[in-house]
Write a protein that binds this ligand. Sequence first.
Ligand code: NBG
Length: 822
Amino acid sequence: MTTVLPELGRDLADPEVFKREFLEELRFGQGVVRERATSNDLFMALGRTVRQALMARWIDTLDHQMAAEAKFVAYLSAEFLLGRQLDNALLAADLEQTARQALAELGIDIDQLKGAEVEPGLGNGGLGRLAACYMDSLATMAIPAVGYGIRYEYGIFRQEFLEGRQKERPDTWLTLGNPWEFPHPEMAKTVGFGGHVEAAAGDSGTQRRRWVPATEVLGVPYNYMVPGYRCGTVNTLRLWSAQAPQGFDLKIFNTGDYDRAVKAQNEAENITKVLYPEDSTPQGKRLRLQQQYFFVACSIRDFFDLLPHDTAMQRLPERVVFQLNDTHPVIGIPEFMRILIDEKGLEWEEAWEITQRCFAYTCHTLLPEALEVWPVSLLESMLPRHMELIYEINDWFLRELREAYPGDEPRIRRMSIIQESPERSVRMAYLATVAASRVNGVAELHSQLLREKVLRDFAEHRPDKFTNVTNGVTPRRFVRLANPGLSALVTERIGDGWLTDLEQLRNLEPYADDADFRAAFAQVKRANKVRAVEMLARRDGLTISPDTMFDVMVKRLHEYKRQTLKLLHIVSVHQRVRSGELDPGTLVPRTVLFGAKAAPGYRTAKEIIALINAVAAEVNNDPAVQGRLVVGFPANYNVTLAETLIPAADLSEQISLAGKEASGTGNMKFALNGALTVGTLDGANVEILELVGSENFFLFGLNEAQVVQTQEQGYRPGSYYESDPRLRQAIDSIASGQYSGGDTAAFGQIVDVLLNSDPFLALADFGSYLDAQERAEAAYQDGEAWTRSAILNVARCGFFSSDRSIKDYLDRIWHATPIPVR
Ligand code: NBG
């Protein structure tokens, strides 16, 4: 049953048609004429024109997938950090040139319109961006897939600096309208909260349970196109927005009590009001649990509604796999059980067996404090039936354990889904691990540490469940769009197959020894730097030179990622120049660029931001290092900024303490854009190092085993401070107020933590880090050799395509097959 629709896409490739459609969209879509159109009108009309090209494919895709009775991947994620949409849609539809030409003929600068797009920041960092990369790959590979998430009215906060300190402003990304979303209020789902559970008689007279919620909220779906790269597939990302079922209370309104009249409405709408700005650490707040249950309940309901109504429940595992992106959607497990048992009338055993086959779980962390737990009391009041089911799942599971490990009560207590102290709570990661058919980590080292440490008991019990899928990034956005210069150069030499088969980058290896290619490659890098310099001048008023080494550290601000270690390096160089120990003339001129948001409630992280800005202010105004060392910290790091900074980087800073970063994905983006990494043996760095070779990577620091050993032996940061004069000098200069106008207390907290506990061993790795930086400088001085290494980084990192990750998910976990549309 294929929809008969004109293939608009084909006609739009003609600039005349494109122009005509664009003007029509301006007139009939936006309701303005060319002469009076604002740039937002033009942007909206352009967006609408491009989406025309994808519309027929979008409709066809779902038809094909349903007709084939395909298995769907339902990617459940509280975050999708999409980045700007226009460029990607143009690329996917192969309309870049046409649109440029058509608009130019109308006297419109397309780049200006692209620059005006506000990116949907519906995620915090790597986890949300990974979800977006995976959606791109799923579509490009023609896999039937739906992304399910939340349409936050306000995404990740906008960061500003006020006297060097982070200030957060709400992210009003929807104010100017959005050409990419399609609301379907008529398809809203109803979600219950609170209330009680009562006994109900089942068909066969058996005792059944029924949840009677106290309140209900509507979930309105907003559909987004997820176009595959130049293929017929356009998948769907469905984001839910919360609404009150009956609007406001007119009766109360008429009494003049306006606040009370809209109370229920506000409470409902608050659920999807704002993204929690926490990254890698959970937020144990009631509203957060409401968000989680809300989007998961809508999504699961949606999937049941999508299936033919006579589908046998036993066949569900052939039709869907719900991939749990971290623990945020794990409440979906009892929700699914509830539907099967309470609504579909299945018996427990059968429901449990189906559920296990329909869910898989990805863990994205190693920090124990980042594993979500929810108080039983909260669950009991908000989701009483779900709490009952969790207890029952746990009973079932503990019985299984008692059989497997008779008498081993300590183990059974350790593995219980319910923890007893400090407060009776549900361990969501354990619930996910017990219920899922597969549990995966996101890099080799991470998966190993999950098996050996974080989830050790579970891996011993069910080794067959555990697997690895190393993260990847989409080459379409992060190479082709972000780095058009490099893309053109690569395509010129090896063709454009790499865009959908990134391992083809291997064919570039011989060119590393080709002087002409190296020259062209270096020229691209320089052009990217110039582009970044211009952008940072415009955007942040920074003055930097493209003729310096660009040393870039962009990622969320977190102590484990060790932005302070980078700072200690900068301060050490600065201080040694000032004290005459270092001749600035011998330094490789360097621009260090930071980009990082701190969770608003994370005090130490915000102090570190203030310190980076303070150090930048001193260093940049000190004639002693002028032209040799510059520190830039553009505010509000986001996907759009990443797309300019990463292609401009020479050095990529991946310096987390070994055993803390689950994978990292920025590390892959840098390497694929020809930056060399200075990094620890952490996350996916391990695999990058292995692929690019140690001659093309600046490795430093303790490895994970050494970290554990150091800590077990009673780590004393003070001993490093005492024995390394460079370290002492750096820390003393901060402590003595040199970066705070003489105020010795200003950064006292940071200094204190470093000297007295240093939980992330910055001091232990400092010496080794400085050595690595010296090696990097020495290497940079030989431009030809450096470029050769950079080319080899590109050539050898094809493994890190998200297409490969998706292939691994398909082979190891999902077992879904492509349904090409044409
Ligand atoms: C993050 C990890 C990163 C990893 C991304 C994507 C969370 C909870 N985890 O190392 O810190 O690259 O997930 O897997 O945000």
